[in-house]
Design a binder for this molecule. Structure first.
Ligand code: 5GP
Length: 190
């Protein structure tokens, strides 16, 4: 998606450790026009798939997931991050590792909001090693819901998570795909 690539080149900052900072338009301050365009693009990509729910994980996935949900006219659910391994009552819970924080946590979603009647589209701001999506896939499977695919704003291809999921047959659509980030140079995959 050209608009997003241009924004990344203009306002993204490459940090040490393969981290891209996009706080000025996606992760803290949000460019509402760009967010709406991303929601429209996700709705276009997954139209006709029968998606009836969008699933993400707090906090940074919520904006893009909500934008997609608005365009697709379906509810959006976000898994909560519980740092302990305590499993609450009526929830599905899956372990995950945070790339940005370097810690392990549990993703937790109420059984009321994810059921076997759901056709689920996963959404997130970034795809790196794929741990966040793996956790969301586990939650989807626990609920007996159907997985339609994953919609990502920015995929860092060099970390391999997206291609590993595609090799397993998961449909992953990323609006911007970064092949490599060398110093301040950012090269996209098309
Ligand atoms: P993964 O689980 O695929 O390794 O990483 C994806 C998650 O880590 C996303 O939910 C995102 O919040 C965070 N993340 C991974 N890489 C980056 C990055 O380069 N920049 C930012 N801002 N977040 C990232």
């Amino acid at each position: 998606m050209l608009l997003l690539e241009e924004k990344i080149l203009r306002d993204g900052r490459v940090l040490p450790g393969g981290v891209l900072k996009v706080g000025s338009f996606l992760n803290q301050q949000i460019d509402a026009g760009l967010l709406r365009a991303m929601g429209e693009e996700i709705a276009r990509l997954f139209s006709g798939c029968g998606v009836n729910k969008i699933l993400t994980v707090e906090a940074s996935g919520i904006a893009i997931a909500a934008a997609a949900a608005l365009e697709m006219g379906v509810p959006m659910v976000f898994a909560k991050k519980h740092k302990t391994s305590n499993v609450d009552g009526d929830v599905y819970s899956a372990p995950a590792h945070s790339f940005t924080h370097g810690n392990d946590y549990n993703m937790v979603v109420s059984r009321d909001y994810l059921t076997s009647a759901d056709r689920v589209l996963l959404a997130d701001d970034f795809l790196a090693n794929g741990n966040a999506l793996e956790g969301l896939i586990k939650l989807t499977e626990m609920a007996g819901a159907e997985l339609c695919g994953a919609a990502i704003a920015i995929e860092k291809c060099f970390q391999g998570g997206g291609d590993a999921l595609r090799a397993r047959g998961v449909r992953v659509e990323s609006l911007a795909m970064i092949e490599r980030m060398d110093g301040s140079e950012i090269v996209f995959r098309h």
